[in-house]
Write a new protein. Structure first.
Length: 178
């Protein structure tokens, strides 16, 4: 069986959360935490991102096999495991670096993203604030930010913020898990 490898780049708050979610999804081959969408010159640092002044969002780059999971299903999982109705915020994390964003690689991804947002809007009482934009430069975060939940699952942030998102994933998308 041949693979159809595709890439999705998404920001849904802290990249530690979205990374942990997609690492459990069948068909996802790799998840890399990083930054995109900023206007500061040069390669951003985590400290610069956290300041909220760089314009960059914390994002993940997902490499997936579209013969196993579609781009549309990736987006549905994304939209239902974070709060897409808050502008520049996920829970206690506030700032433009935590915005909900879908960065598309081509017109087809842009079209699918718009369709998913339209289809899913009725399930939310507030307006979806997720941005859909062409992918700018993606900067990979340092190694300490990769596989964060796997390497630090005993930390308080992991327990109180990431684990509820994983529980939601397992409840809503059990049929798409590894």
């Amino acid at each position: 069986m041949s693979k159809n490898i595709q890439i999705a780049t998404l920001g849904g708050g802290c990249f530690w959360c979205t990374e942990a979610v997609f690492q459990e999804v069948r068909g996802v081959e790799k998840v890399v935490s990083g930054y995109a969408g900023g206007n500061a010159p040069g390669r951003p640092t985590y400290r610069e991102i956290c300041s909220g002044l760089s314009g960059f969002a914390e994002v993940i780059r997902i490499t997936f096999d579209a013969t196993i999971i579609s781009y549309e299903n990736i987006l549905v999982i994304f939209m239902t495991t974070h709060d897409p109705t808050t502008l520049n915020r996920q829970g206690a994390d506030r700032g433009t670096q935590y915005r909900s964003v879908i960065y598309h690689y081509n017109e087809n991804q842009q079209k699918i993203a718009a369709e998913v947002l339209t289809q899913i809007q009725p399930y939310f009482s507030d307006k979806i604030m997720t941005e859909i934009s062409p992918l700018p430069i993606f900067y990979e975060a340092t190694q300490e930010h990769q596989d964060f939940y796997k390497n630090n699952n005993g930390q308080g942030y992991c327990t109180f913020v990431i684990e509820p998102k994983l529980a939601k994933l397992r409840k809503l998308h059990a049929d798409k898990l590894k």
